[in-house]
Design a protein around this ligand. Structure first.
Ligand SMILES: [Zn+2]
Length: 333
């Protein structure tokens, strides 16, 4: 790791970075545990309830605003939701993709979510195939999301399905349009509007790869911004973070190749304790053996990402304290 790396982790000023709401976070004492670089409270220690699964594109330009839309009381007002961030999830699911069907099945059956939200974005630069016609682009996504919905509601009749398209209006505004009404003879509806703050940001060299698990997301985002100094990032949110990379999952590899093409050079991968994606692998292991297992996975994944052409790869594991009140971010080398 180079000295000028963006992953220079010790030169931080959390007090300036964090607002009052986030003062609960603190940097761990390096003298006590040199590996731990970030400690924060674990909010889901009890019996966690996850309300929804949300599927978004990995694009850094809309992640921030979409997160707000999902949480805000005037938006979808979601409290705890699994977040899948992946390229062409809808297309794969419609065409019978196994890992997509499995991801949805786990959310709907094991986590018992009552809501599935699928979000598609208009692209900043409209793809050639739409002949510079935003309406064509929107029509394409509406059709695909409706197909998704029809298949999904057949398979999961008790789960509400909400398709959202993010329009770019006049180049400076994002408009979130819900197509849910179209399934029931109603109309589409604009449900959120926000200034398009990333419209002039040409590219992004950072990628965060993490599990879709709702219990660790906010903290992983905080960690990436405050400690890793990634001001914004593409997001690959998939079950078990590196699992799909190590297993050569087609969808995941394609998302990574797209990230490379779009200029990503620096990657952070975060694994966490108590990960459902690795349940079978770790069920008979002690806590320290479980961590060792994740370290090996991260090591293999890191090598693979380097081989693919990513310049810097940072790996971390999130430990839970014995009483499950704290999360500790540990550097994996
Ligand atoms: Zn997980």
């Amino acid at each position: 790791m180079k000295g000028s790396s963006f992953f220079t982790i010790f030169n931080i000023n959390l007090v300036n970075y964090l607002d009052k709401e986030e003062v609960k976070m603190q940097v761990a004492k390096f003298a006590q545990d040199k590996e731990t670089i970030f400690t924060t409270t674990f909010d889901y220690a009890g019996s966690p309830v996850c309300n929804a699964i949300v599927i978004i594109p990995p694009d850094f330009r809309t992640i921030h605003d979409t997160s707000r839309f999902l949480r805000d009381p005037k938006g979808l007002n979601l409290k705890a939701f699994d977040l899948v961030a992946s390229d062409r999830f809808a297309k794969r699911y419609i065409r019978g993709g196994e890992s997509e069907a499995k991801t949805l099945k786990i959310a709907c059956n094991d986590h018992e979510v009552s809501l599935a939200v699928v979000i598609h974005n208009a692209e900043l630069i409209i793809p050639d195939r739409f002949n510079n016609d935003r309406k064509k682009e929107e029509y394409f996504h509406r059709k695909r999301m409706m197909e998704f919905g029809n298949k999904f509601m057949d398979e999961h009749p008790n789960v509400r399905f909400v398709p959202i398209f993010v329009r770019i209006v006049d180049g400076d505004t994002l408009e979130y349009v819900s197509f849910e009404g179209l399934f029931y003879g109603g109309e589409e509806k604009v449900v959120w509007r926000v200034a398009f703050s990333f419209r002039n940001v040409v590219s992004c060299e950072y990628l965060l790869i993490m599990c879709l698990d709702f219990r660790f997301r906010k903290e992983c985002f905080d960690f990436s911004k405050a400690i890793l100094k990634m001001p914004y990032f593409h997001l690959l949110g998939i079950p078990g973070a590196s699992q799909g990379i190590i297993n050569d999952d087609k969808a995941v590899i394609e998302s990574l190749q797209n990230a490379l093409k779009s200029g990503v050079r620096k990657v952070a991968i975060i694994h966490h304790a108590n990960c459902t994606a690795y349940k079978k692998d770790v069920e008979n292991l002690s806590i320290s053996q479980e961590e060792e297992f994740h370290r090996v996975q991260l090591f293999i994944c890191k090598r693979k990402l380097h081989d693919m052409g990513f310049e810097e790869v940072f790996t971390a594991f999130v430990r839970l304290s014995e009483d499950r009140s704290l999360m500790r971010f540990v550097v994996v080398k």
